[in-house]
Design a protein around this ligand. Structure first.
Ligand code: GSH
Length: 162
């Protein structure tokens, strides 16, 4: 189902999808009339979807790998990699701090897939010293408190514990 042997993959009748962001986009469009609309289709939202993939994800996933997943697999965290990626992530978060002083959410004034795609890495990093990069930015901290308090995210976290 997933040509690179990774998760996630998604099957719906004859339709098979991979790449998490393509899957969420499909689900958001298909069920647009149910629950919270998660996509606006606005050019601005598309820009910020790309910001997450190209700027937030690389640094944040490396920080999660070094500080959470490597220890989980009995491997040793590389402090130099943590320092380098915290420097990269800081620059991204400075851009976010400015963005969030102008709009309530990253993709615009409503919660969208842009915000949603940040949740897994934020959750991972909230349990690491990298959280200091979030806590030191007031707009970003308020946005994190808002998006992580959403009932749907609480359900995801509860499912992870099952
Ligand atoms: N760009 C892909 C990344 C998928 C990915 O990295 N999956 C990880 C888990 S989060 C995986 O399956 N890793 C195991 C492997 O690569 O063998 C997506 O967003 O779906």
């Amino acid at each position: 189902m997933q040509p690179f042997g990774q998760v996630p993959a998604y099957q719906e009748g004859d339709l098979t999808l991979f790449e998490s962001r393509a899957i969420t986009d499909h689900i958001a469009q298909k069920f647009a009339s149910k629950g919270t609309p998660l996509t606006t289709g606005e050019p601005e939202m598309k820009v910020w979807l790309q910001v997450e993939v190209n700027h937030f994800e690389p640094a944040s996933s490396q920080l999660g790998w070094e500080q959470v997943f490597k220890p989980m697999f009995g491997m040793t965290t590389d402090p130099a990699a943590v320092e380098a990626n915290e420097a990269k992530l800081s620059k991204v978060l400075d851009v976010y701090e400015t963005r969030l002083s102008k709009s309530k959410y990253l993709g615009g004034d409503q919660f969208t897939l842009v915000d949603l795609h940040h949740l897994p890495n934020i959750q991972v990093l909230n349990g690491t010293p990298t959280k200091k990069l979030f806590d030191s930015r007031p707009k970003l901290s308020a946005w994190i408190a808002d998006v992580t308090a959403r009932p749907a995210w609480s359900k995801v976290l509860a499912m992870q514990k099952q």
